[in-house]
Design a protein around this ligand. Structure first.
Ligand code: NAP
Length: 411
């Protein structure tokens, strides 16, 4: 019976794992976290305290000697991320990261035999990616800092159609970092980054700008958990269930970011939206005032708009790195292009629209000193450029929050 199955995740430190949440969506078996220090690994594996396990860092290789048999995939990759206890008590090791990456690749058009793929990094995840790509008949070039070819050999890979990042470069908290420039790959039609925090690494943001199809590693995470769940229970799970789970996780992780003219209701709507979704709320202007140690009109009068915008970008950089929050921004944040990737990397950007004659001016230095119509004429194309969705805020904050939730902008 599935409910009586004792499954879980084995690792050394597991505080931030998504696995319990994922497996709760995939089946009704028990799923525990087993944090085991290296010196107790053997005793733990030989104990009868589990029926099936996922295995993560640092044990994907060290569990191999304890397995009576390995799947062909685990043998090829040289690592195990799933352990099944067989009827005779012995352990069978498999690697479902293979299935996870295969699903991610197939969602993005796959690769044909003979086509060329470049993989960045030569660690454990890279081995899985290479195994999948080679099993499909692709030609694979690995670039890494210690291997045969360094990252500067990218310029020799001009026929590559696929790029996969299998390094942690660009992962939280080092958002914005990247290893290579995509101009070196003129024929690239797809970029996959195994990182999923942030949702869009600098590499993926670059790919978007170039119109190259791209995706992060969350589907790989969901795909490997799905295959593990199938092995745990012996029951198939349709890919459509994985799509639903992926959609839910993506929505949970993304920030909901409100942009719009000063006084259009971003703070009131944002606060209420956060309350409804039980998410943290951040008001960028309040955060800036806290960092500056004075109110915005005083800072503006003393140092001018440019200094204020620099302080604003710093705050947006911090807030944009987080995930799962609601963020109300200042009306002029769209005037700095560099703020777009900071907000977009983890966020859905919602433009709140309100008629100009209903915008208050109190405490808003730019609104007081400028003709609002002229200001709107300049900013409107930028709101259009930044936003993923636009919602009118002409009724009560409750009505606007309902429209935001109804309009699927939170999915
Ligand atoms: P790993 O075994 O430690 O390998 C990391 C690779 O990245 C190595 O080749 C390493 O090079 C290289 N690297 C690390 N820092 C670098 C830097 N600053 N510059 C250049 N190269 C650097 O790690 P892994 O398990 O393969 O994981 C790699 C990435 O994939 C991580 O971000 C991980 O979160 C992600 N991942 C995602 C999934 C998923 O389901 N989406 C699954 C597995 C892994 P050296 O050998 O020279 O250090």
């Amino acid at each position: 019976m599935e409910v009586n199955l004792r499954c879980g995740l084995l690792g050394e430190r597991l505080a931030h794992s998504y696995s319990p949440q994922l497996h709760a969506m995939l089946g009704s078996y028990g799923y525990a976290l087993f944090e085991v220090p290296p010196e107790q690994l053997g005793v733990f594996l030989q104990s009868g305290s589990f029926d099936a396990l996922n295995v993560t860092i640092p044990y994907k290789k060290s569990v191999i000697p304890y397995c009576a048999e390995l799947s062909e995939t685990a043998q090829k990759i040289g690592s195990v991320n799933t352990l099944l206890r067989r009827a005779d008590g012995t352990l069978f090791g498999d690697n479902t990261d293979y299935d996870g990456f295969l699903w991610l690749l197939q969602r993005n058009g796959g690769i044909l035999p003979g086509e060329h793929a470049v993989v960045l990094g030569d660690g454990g995840a890279s081995k899985t990616v290479q195994t999948v790509l080679r099993s499909l008949g692709a030609r694979v070039t690995v670039l890494s800092r210690r291997g045969e070819r360094g990252f500067d050999a990218l310029k020799e890979q001009t026929d590559a159609v696929l790029l996969v990042n299998a390094t942690p470069v660009g992962m939280y908290p080092h958002n914005g970092e990247r290893l290579i420039d995509l101009t070196g790959l003129p024929n690239c039609r797809c970029v996959l980054d195994l990182i999923y925090n942030p949702s869009r690494t600098r590499l993926l943001l670059d790919a978007e700008v170039r119109g190259i199809s791209c995706e992060n590693g969350l589907a790989m995470l969901v795909g490997q958990a799905k295959r593990a769940a199938e092995l745990f229970t012996g029951t198939g799970i349709p890919d459509s269930r994985c799509e639903e789970i992926l959609c839910k996780l993506n929505a949970q992780m993304q920030n909901l970011i409100l942009i719009g003219m000063p006084g259009c209701g971003k703070s009131a709507v944002g606060r209420l939206l956060a309350e409804r979704l039980q998410r943290p709320f951040f008001d960028a202007d309040a955060e800036i005032e806290r960092e500056l140690g004075c109110d915005i009109p005083t800072f503006f009068a003393q140092y001018g708009e440019n200094a204020f915008r620099t302080a604003e970008t710093k705050v947006l950089e911090r807030l944009g790195k987080g995930s799962g929050s609601v963020i109300a921004t200042g009306g002029g944040c769209v005037m700095r292009e560099e703020n777009y990737p900071l907000l977009h990397q983890n966020g859905k950007i919602i433009w709140l629209r309100r008629p100009l004659d209903r915008l208050p001016k109190d405490g808003r230095p730019i609104s007081q000193s400028t003709d609002l119509r002229a200001l709107y004429a300049v900013r409107r194309p930028m709101y259009e450029r930044f936003c993923d969705a636009a919602v009118d805020n002409c009724g009560t904050p409750e009505e606007t929050v309902a429209s935001i939730l109804n309009e699927e902008v939170t999915r």
